[in-house]
Design a protein around this ligand. Structure first.
Ligand code: NAG
Ligand code: NAG
Ligand code: NAG
Length: 312
């Protein structure tokens, strides 16, 4: 009998402060302040909702580290390892990283069975609220913003399993075109919101990072990049997408009155893209980070190390 599944879709936003391990000499960010969901959370979710169990964390940390992956997240590669208490002097020179959208869209499909058109209707509200948050940070002195758009959610095992696309709603790799349409709509509006903020906040440097295209390239050309089974979870228990909403990656079963934890890992997470059907593996996060950190997927096209510069 399954008593509890450890599958929480990207949860509420969390804020985290980090010291920067390798500070860029040019921009010299003394801190990174992240606003995001469980794709970039390094512990707030497990602090709030109970520990994340192995095999989460196994690849890099050899123990669960409060991250929803087998290892490091994109935010870890951005250059941050040690948490610190924010000093007031850090706020204006910090890099504010923002990674939102996945929950906002996924919840509509996953929990509320909404159509793409229904989801599109509430997206402007979400972006209005994000704009207010960014203006507030600017009002407090924040200047440098590194803003990720949202992933091709229609390629993620948990959403494919939950909302399997009809044949005429499937793209050439098997992703759901209707879910990806919602993600692309969000991204178009996000890019417009960021453009508007550049006009309103003249001293800010806002970089829009097209995570969607980087991840779509990885998923659609997986074997070319050394990855396999792009639409299946590494840690999961069967089915077309190796994802089971009730079981998840870490399954707790009761055997003769004792709770036993069973895990369902693939053999080699280093060649897999999706770790648990919701979140990426460390290998995939590293691949994406290597593509986005030089500016090739950014507007304006400046590397992370120069994200304090305005070039628009
Ligand atoms: C979800 O909505 C569709 C219509 O958009 C409907 O056909 C289907 O029965 C609904 N599924 C559930 C589980 O409510
Ligand atoms: C984002 O908007 C800018 C203009 O503000 C545009 O040049 C750029 O191509 C857009 N990026 C994407 C990925 O749509
Ligand atoms: C459960 O307990 C029964 C009776 O003691 C035993 O025969 C059975 O093997 C146990 N099952 C497991 C899976 O340990």
């Amino acid at each position: 009998m399954v008593v509890s599944a450890n599958m929480s879709p990207p949860t509420a936003l969390s804020l985290a402060f980090f010291a920067v391990a390798a500070a860029s000499p040019l921009c010299d960010f003394p801190a990174i302040i992240n606003l995001g969901d469980s794709n970039s959370d390094t512990g707030a979710v497990s602090a709030a909702f109970g520990p994340i169990l192995r095999p989460y964390g196994d690849t890099h940390f050899h123990m669960p580290m409060g991250r929803y992956s087998d290892g490091r997240l994109i935010i870890d590669f951005i250059g941050v390892f040690k948490k610190l208490l924010p000093k007031h002097s850090h706020f204006s020179r910090a890099l504010y990283t923002i990674d939102i959208g996945q929950n906002d869209i996924a919840y509509g499909f996953y929990y509320f069975n909404m159509t793409t058109n229904q989801i599109k209707l509430y997206i402007p509200d979400i972006l209005d609220r994000l704009a207010i948050i960014i203006k507030n940070i600017y009002g407090e002195g924040g200047r440098f913003f590194w803003i990720h758009n949202t992933a091709p959610l229609g390629c993620l095992p948990y959403l494919l399993d939950n909302t399997p696309p009809a044949a005429d709603q499937t793209d050439h790799i098997g992703c759901s075109a209707v879910i990806n349409e919602a993600a692309q709509y969000f991204n178009t509006k996000l890019n417009e919101t960021v453009a508007e903020l550049r006009r309103e906040l003249p001293a800010a440097a806002l970089t829009y990072v097209d995570i969607y295209s980087a991840k779509y390239r990885l998923i659609s050309k997986a074997s070319e990049h050394g990855f396999e089974y792009p639409l299946q979870a590494c840690c999961g228990k069967g089915g077309k997408y190796n994802f089971n909403r009730m079981i998840g990656c870490v399954e707790r079963v009761v055997v003769n009155g004792t709770v036993i934890v069973r895990t369902h890992m693939c053999n080699d997470p280093s060649v897999r893209i999706s770790f648990d059907g919701i979140h990426f593996t460390e290998a995939a996060n590293k691949w994406v980070f290597d593509r986005i950190s030089h500016g090739a997927y950014s507007y304006p096209p400046i590397p992370l190390k120069k994200a304090c510069l305005r070039r628009v």
